[in-house]
Design a binder for this molecule. Structure first.
Ligand code: NAD
Length: 333
């Protein structure tokens, strides 16, 4: 992701100037710096001491996010950080508090909010064009899993993957009162060996009464799928997965369509737009469109899903609107 974000900043974000790339691995830092024709280094500490720099984009493994956010906040740098903020709740809360305390902006990488299709659907739902929402359904399926090394450090399937869907559900439909999750390790026993899963179904009851279902897979095989449907009293909206090419290959009894292979291929516009929006928020002192509190809410919903799967029961949640966003709490735990 870091490589991709650096390239987006270098070529597609007119409000930002990419100054330097940092990677703990010198070979990676050097290669990205050379490819983009910019400075590189292996020291995050030197980067945040540089007074000419306004903001940093953090896309290191999740276990390092919170510490780097807190260091950047201490140096007065605005932060864009990949999801999730941390593998644990407490560091998530501390990182958010550090940015608030320092008066710097923190935006989290829920890129789907910046995709033109998802944004258009959500804007019409919010305008009331769909009427009362009855059903929300969404699929997020990777074609193939990342490395086991990545999975071991990912915090588990819900926190690594479903977190995007919980954010989408809150954004499109509203807050969530109840979660029931099922998960299984089906494609490779290596998932079970690291106490993780590769397929999941998560059922939702929204505060407004709507029902929802999320399906997730690490092993879809046919391609990368990210699609949704929201059914309401006046209309239904579907955001489909675009094909790699706009061609269908027809033979008797068959219509073949080439799915995209990855999130990078599906979301180039969204990944660029989220960084441009962040840069604009920094330059013009505007609120960021996706906050640390949004990431905490989605994290709490992931925790509820995990608990539900482990204990084989629905988990109820309470939520309350505050000054900076909505805070979740598990009811009865
Ligand atoms: N929003 C999305 O769609 C999306 C997609 C993939 C990954 N992510 C998130 O991006 C983050 C990174 O994932 P990835 O797949 O790129 O991981 P990765 O392991 O492929 O890359 C991480 C890079 O960080 C470097 N690194 C590790 N520790 C460092 C440190 N302390 N300081 C500087 N560099 C360090 C590594 O050398 C490596 O080059 C994760 O938090 C993940 O959840 C988000």
């Amino acid at each position: 992701m870091g490589r991709y974000h650096a390239a987006s900043l270098a070529g597609y974000c007119p409000s930002a100037e990419l100054v330097r790339v940092v990677d703990a691995d010198e070979t990676v830092a050097q290669e990205v710096g050379r490819d983009l024709g910019i400075e590189w280094s292996t020291s995050f500490n030197d980067l945040i001491k540089d007074e000419s720099i306004d903001a940093v984009v953090i896309a290191v493994p999740t276990s390092f996010h919170a510490d780097l956010i807190i260091e950047a906040a201490g140096a007065g740098k605005h932060v864009f950080c990949e999801k999730p903020i941390s593998l644990e709740r407490q560091p998530t809360v501390e990182a958010i508090a550090a940015t608030r305390g320092a008066g710097i902006k923190l935006q989290i990488g829920f890129h789907r909010r910046f995709d033109p299709d998802w944004a258009a659907a959500t804007s019409r739902i919010r305008a009331g064009d769909l009427g009362e929402v009855y059903l929300f359904r969404t699929s997020l399926r990777d074609m193939k899993p990342p490395t086991m090394e990545y999975i071991k450090g990912s915090g588990g399937f819900f926190i690594d993957v479903t977190i995007h869907d919980f954010d989408t559900a809150r954004w499109m439909v509203g807050e969530i009162d109840e979660v029931m999750a099922f998960g299984a390790a089906l494609s490779d026993k290596a998932f079970a060996e690291v106490e993780d899963i590769d397929n999941a179904l998560i059922f939702l009851r929204f505060h407004n009464g709507a029902l929802g279902v999320i399906d997730n897979s690490r092993v879809a095989g046919y391609g990368y799928e990210c699609s949704t449907e929201v059914m309401g009293s006046k209309a239904t909206v579907r955001v489909d997965n675009p094909s790699r090419v706009h061609m269908q290959w027809l033979t008797p009894g068959q219509a073949a369509r080439a799915y995209v292979e990855s999130f990078i291929e599906r979301y180039p516009i969204a990944y660029r737009a989220e960084l441009e929006q962040f840069a604009l928020a920094v330059c013009d002192d505007l609120p960021v469109p996706v906050t640390g509190e949004d990431a905490l809410a989605a994290f709490d919903l992931c925790t509820a899903a995990h608990l539900s799967m482990q204990q084989r029961r629905p988990v109820s949640l309470r939520h309350e609107s505050g000054l900076h966003g909505v805070a979740y709490e598990m009811a009865g735990t």
